[in-house]
Structure formats: C-alpha cells, structure tokens
Design a protein around this ligand. Structure first.
Ligand code: HBI
Ligand code: FE
Length: 279
C-alpha cells in the first residue's frame, strides 16, 4: 500500500497463507450479500454498454455473473484457458510487494468481502464487486493480460529502486482510471471507473475533467486523489500502446523523474492537447 490510507485495512488477515491468499469460502456469503451483489451488478450492467470499451463488454457478458457473487474457482477454469491468469482470494489490500509478486506470476488478487448496503455508491478500499466487476473481464484480453503481468514485474523492480510511487501512479491512471479511444469515441477500461455508478458517465461525457493522450513519464509524475472523481484521465490508443510502454527498462526514467517537479491532479502543461468529451 502506498501511504494513501490512514486507517488499517478492512478484512480478516488472521487465517491467510504467507502469500496473503485465503479460501474464498463462497458458502459463507449470505442471501443478503448475494442480493446486494445483484443490485450493484444491475446498476453497472446498465451503464457499461454506453461507456466501456468493447473488449471489456465481451468478457463481462461471457462471465455471466449477474445473479450471485461468483465462485472464483469456476471462473479460473475459463480464465486459465483464455490467458493463463488465475484469480486468488485475498482478505483485502495487500502490501505492494505481495501484490506485485502475484501480478508478476499472472495471479490476480480478488478481495473476498462485499461492501455494506450503505456503501452502495462509494467505497474507498477494493471489495469483491470492484475487484471482480472492474478488473476480471479484462484479464481475458491477451494484450491487457500481458500488460498487467509486465506491470507486476516492473513493480518488483521499482520496489528495489525505491520508485514505487511512480509506478503506483501508472497503475492508477491506467488499470484503475484509464480511458481508451475507440471508433465510437472515448470509452473506459479502468476498473475504478467501470465499477463506479457516478464516475463512469462523468469520465466519458463531462466537460469538466481533462483527458490527455497517454504519456508514460507525464503519468509517473502526476499526483492523484483517491476520494473524488479524477480531474485528469489519460487516453490510450489501444492496449498494445500500454504494453509497449512497459518494454523499456524504467531505471533511467526513475533517475530522471526523481528531480522533476510533480504535476497536480488537475494541472495541464503547456502544449498539451486535450481530448473532448465523448458522445
Ligand atoms: N492490493 N488487493 C490489492 N489490490 C490492489 O489494487 C492493490 C493492492 N496493494 C497495493 C496496490 N494495489 C497499489 O498500491 C500498487 O499498484 C502500487
Ligand atoms: Fe482496483
């Protein structure tokens, strides 16, 4: 965790294995929790066709998880065949190193607990709805899947170089809040947006936020807020652009950026071209 959080993480970390995994214990979800899942799912499922990228939508439909909190082991059989990724159940937020270690080995940590009904609209920490609805569909996309693994490997290196903050910003502005250009205009692929009822229409349609073309070094020096809609989004052309950006060794970037000034969450730099809102 990157120092954003001022409280202890939620979740039961008492019975976990050394790699922070637990059993999902699917039988323990209550009927009320499955009902809350159905409500969360129905709200988001009505929005994503308008605002999410097609790669995400195709996989979400195939996952067919509208009726109940999914069983990770059932999804794993299909995910392994598609891209070789595995979902692992975890108690909640993991320390950076443990998180990167999973991603580097094509394992995606999915939180087991579901939010409370009063947190329907907003939750700070990832729960099973955010992790599953937001992140899991794109694990079926081969190029995005490779990007996420490359990110995990980069994270382990960044940890050794004391550069986790720069890499955390990359995760934030791509995996969590990324936008993508499509034939139908700008769409969302970031899990933080895809799992949010309010931010999903906002990020595509609102004239308020800035939308800037993907720029690795710009992202790595852009601060972010975790408790409001984003003021700036970065737009990729396709997932290949994302994956290719992770090919070089980042060490010279880190060295260069260490002296550089940070950019505020809503700041634009001179000469930056902004994308307009979508349809
Ligand atoms: N742990 N379970 C979980 N999920 C995350 O998204 C996550 C995490 N630990 C650290 C983390 N994210 C980020 O701070 C890193 O990408 C830097
Ligand atoms: Fe997330």
């Amino acid at each position: 965790m990157t120092g954003e959080s001022t409280h202890n993480p939620r979740g039961d970390y008492s019975g976990m294995r050394p790699d922070f995994t637990v059993d999902q214990a699917w039988e323990r979800y209550s009927p009320e929790e499955h009902a809350l899942w159905r409500r969360l799912y129905a709200r988001q499922a009505a929005l994503v066709p308008l605002y999410a990228c097609s790669e995400y939508l195709a996989s979400l439909r195939a996952l067919d998880s509208a009726q109940a909190i999914p069983r990770f082991d059932e999804v794993n059989a299909r995910l392994a065949a598609a891209t070789g990724w595995t979902l692992v159940a975890v108690p909640g937020l993991l320390p950076d190193r443990a998180f990167f270690e999973h991603l580097a080995n094509r394992r995606f940590p999915v939180t087991v607990w579901l939010r409370k009904p009063e947190e329907f609209d907003y939750i700070v920490e990832p729960d099973v709805f955010h992790d599953f609805f937001g992140h899991v569909p794109l694990l079926f996309d081969p190029v995005f899947a490779d990007y996420l693994q490359a990110y995990g490997r980069g994270g382990l290196k960044a940890d050794a170089l004391g550069a986790i903050e720069m890499l955390a910003r990359l995760y934030w502005y791509t995996v969590e809040f990324g936008l993508i250009e499509t034939g139908e205009g700008i769409r969302a692929y970031g899990a933080g947006i895809l799992s949010s009822g309010g931010e999903l229409p906002y990020c595509v349609q609102s004239p308020e936020p800035k939308r800037i073309g993907f720029d690795l070094l710009r992202i790595m020096r852009t601060r972010y807020k975790i408790d409001t809609f984003q003021e700036t989004y970065f737009v990729i052309r396709d997932f290949a652009e994302l994956f290719e950006a992770t090919a070089p060794d980042f060490s010279p970037y880190y060295a260069q950026l260490r002296g550089a000034e940070l950019v505020g969450p809503g700041e634009t730099l001179s000469g930056e071209r902004l994308h307009g809102p979508g349809p």
